[in-house]
Design a binder for this molecule. Structure first.
Ligand SMILES: [Zn+2]
Length: 333
């Protein structure tokens, strides 16, 4: 009997957990990968030497959640802003210290701590640059790219994160994974050069607030579409007429519905991916500048940098045309 219960709860919980994976592998890997090319010359060749690590590690924060079941990890990926602003008089502390003194850990674990955690990771990355600790630089930079990506996903900033309050359950994965996997290959990943951020805290909150304002937009667009669309054609069906599910047991939307939703969003998905790429590169760059611009070329064997140079130039050129090279992604849909 116990076994039976365990099986049931896993089947029920797993799809729910995977719904909240944030941009999926496709999005996170493209964000971190593209951000490498937006760095100035003095940082770019070092990051390029480790671009595979930076790319693959972009999803590790989610692995810590689901595969390692690290309980402390969950709240780092979102903030339900509505829970912090229950009345117009509520002011949400911008700083890490203020937030941890105003709210108890139970409240933060429930309602999320994404912006404060991002600020902390930027601080840690700055110290890693100062100390020229190569492994820490790469690990923290890749992690930071993940959280920046989450912040640019509007549903990660809202209490209605899976449309569960507006009868749109399943929209989280549909928006961030299925749309990207279906239409992302045509996106333009060129975002220009990274810029220095004078006030990291302010920039992090701008990212969160801008993203939060888009949550209603993307929910409303889907709601309107679902009203005008033939209900029988919303989901992909097997020849026997059964709704097709992906490996996480999530319903797969029909190509026509996904395409209509993507059009209705009018470039919103691509814009948010580009926002995440630019913000990731900007924060990496800012941490490096604030650390006193350490010489990163000293951290690798010159022979490695030399051997990579040919591909580095080619891949950089591709990026300036908006394209990224070499992706083979384990798709979710
Ligand atoms: Zn995440």
């Amino acid at each position: 009997m116990k076994k039976h219960i365990a099986v049931v709860s896993l089947t029920v919980l797993l799809p729910f957990c995977m719904l909240l994976i944030s941009w999926g592998t496709w999005g996170h890997q493209h964000i971190n990968h593209a951000a490498v090319f937006a760095l100035p010359d003095s940082m770019r060749s070092f990051f390029y030497n480790h671009i595979d690590f930076i790319t693959e590690e972009s999803v590790i924060p989610d692995v810590r959640k689901y595969t390692l079941n690290d309980k402390a990890e969950f709240a780092r990926h979102y903030i339900d802003l509505e829970s912090f602003q229950t009345s117009p008089a509520d002011s949400v502390p911008r700083g890490v210290k203020e937030a941890y003194s105003k709210y108890d850990s139970k409240f933060l674990d429930k309602n999320g701590l994404l912006p404060w955690y991002m600020i902390e990771v930027v601080q840690k990355l700055t110290r890693a640059f100062q100390d020229k600790k190569k492994a820490e630089i790469l690990f923290l930079a890749a992690d930071l790219g993940h959280y920046v990506g989450d912040a640019a996903q509007p549903l990660h900033t809202s209490l209605n994160h899976d449309g569960q309050l507006t009868d749109q359950k399943g929209i989280h994965a549909f928006f961030e994974s299925q749309l990207l996997e279906q239409f992302g290959s045509s996106y333009n990943f060129y975002t220009g050069n990274a810029v220095y951020i004078p006030d990291v805290q302010k920039e992090v909150w701008k990212l969160i607030n801008d993203s939060h304002r888009l949550a209603d937009t993307l929910l409303l667009a889907e709601k309107q579409l679902s009203r005008s669309f033939d209900t029988g054609n919303v989901y992909m069906k097997s020849p026997a007429g059964v709704i097709v599910k992906n490996k996480y047991n999530q319903p797969v939307h029909s190509y026509a519905y996904a395409s209509a939703y993507h059009n209705a969003l009018n470039g919103l998905v691509q814009r948010q991916i580009r926002v995440a790429i630019a913000a990731t590169a900007n924060l990496w760059y800012t941490a490096w500048v604030n650390a006193g611009r350490p010489d990163l070329t000293l951290l690798d064997e010159p022979s490695l940098t030399n051997r990579n140079r040919k591909h580095y130039k080619k891949d950089y050129k591709e990026w300036t045309k908006g394209r990224l090279f070499g992706f083979k992604i384990d798709k979710e849909f």
